[in-house]
Design a protein around this ligand. Structure first.
Ligand code: AMP
Length: 113
């Protein structure tokens, strides 16, 4: 399992603006936000990408989405928001640690780029 920048954030080896943490997950502000609110939610378990999640991770995957919901509520995103998981090269994934993007506080366009 290769180490990533997100593993270093979990271990507090590099700084991050953490907005949520529990035993299973961590959420922090994206360093290069593409929306006024851009939060990254990650499992502490280093699953490289969605493709590599298994049935064993079913509860964990649901947990990540409920964290997104909780943060969106706390940040006042009452008019909606977007949730994105980039998977693999064609998905635009750049960090090989499964993560969920929460994007909000502006209208989103469709289709995405
Ligand atoms: P993805 O392209 O889906 O793999 O998303 C990776 C995201 O991680 C990008 O939006 C980056 O801006 C973000 N990112 C990379 N390094 C950091 C960091 N040190 N702290 C916070 N966000 C980061």
């Amino acid at each position: 399992m290769s180490d990533t920048i997100f593993s270093k954030i979990i271990r507090r080896e590099i700084p991050a603006n953490i907005v949520y943490e529990d035993d299973l997950a961590l959420a922090f502000k994206d360093i290069q936000p593409v929306a006024p609110i851009h939060i990254i939610v990650i499992p502490k378990k280093p699953i490289p990408k969605l493709d590599e999640a298994t049935l064993e991770d079913q509860v964990l995957l649901g947990h990540l989405l409920l964290i997104v919901q909780k943060i969106a509520e706390q940040m006042g995103l009452t008019n909606g928001y977007r949730v994105v998981i980039n998977n693999g090269d064609d998905g635009g994934q750049t960090v090989d640690h499964l993560h969920v993007h929460l994007l909000g506080d502006r209208p989103m366009r469709w289709p995405p780029g």
